[in-house]
Design a binder for this molecule. Structure first.
Ligand SMILES: [Cu+2]
Length: 146
């Protein structure tokens, strides 16, 4: 019992400082938007190399007025999107944000987004950690995932 208490104390003491180190964002990209478009989607691979779950609450960007986590639900030939209020990355797991699945919904850009740009996006974790990342803007006709 005593050992277990000590274990938790260590987790709390070091958890916040290390959360950003075990949560990582790879291969982050946004498809370039046609001029005047008000909506784009962000894709990335999210990984958790730690031994406790990482909970993502939301994301923010200086480039877009509104950023939310979305999932795509397909029923028959109808495809709908809905907001996800938290996304848990299990220890050792990766989650792909990809076309046709979960994605960042990026709304109301403050300026046009063109291929070659980099867009700063910050993930907010439940433990209070903010994880700053860069998303590459790719040409509109680039194959998904490139
Ligand atoms: Cu969406």
């Amino acid at each position: 019992m005593k050992l277990q208490t000590l274990g938790w104390a260590l987790v709390f003491a070091t958890g916040a400082a290390h959360a950003g180190g075990r949560f990582a964002v790879h291969d982050a990209w946004i498809r370039a938007m046609p001029p005047g478009a008000t909506m784009a989607a962000g894709y990335a691979t999210l990984s958790n190399d730690g031994d406790t779950p990482v909970t993502i609450l939301t994301a923010q960007s200086d480039t877009f007025r509104n950023v939310t986590l979305h999932e795509t639900l397909v029923s028959g030939d109808v495809s709908k999107m809905r907001e996800v209020h938290r996304l848990v990355v299990a220890p050792g797991a990766t989650i792909k944000l990809e076309p046709g699945g979960r994605h960042l919904m990026l709304m109301s850009p403050r300026h046009d987004i063109v291929a070659g740009d980099k867009v700063g996006i910050t993930f907010l974790l439940r433990d209070g950690t903010r994880v700053d990342t860069w998303f590459d803007v790719t040409a509109p006709d680039a194959p998904a995932g490139d």
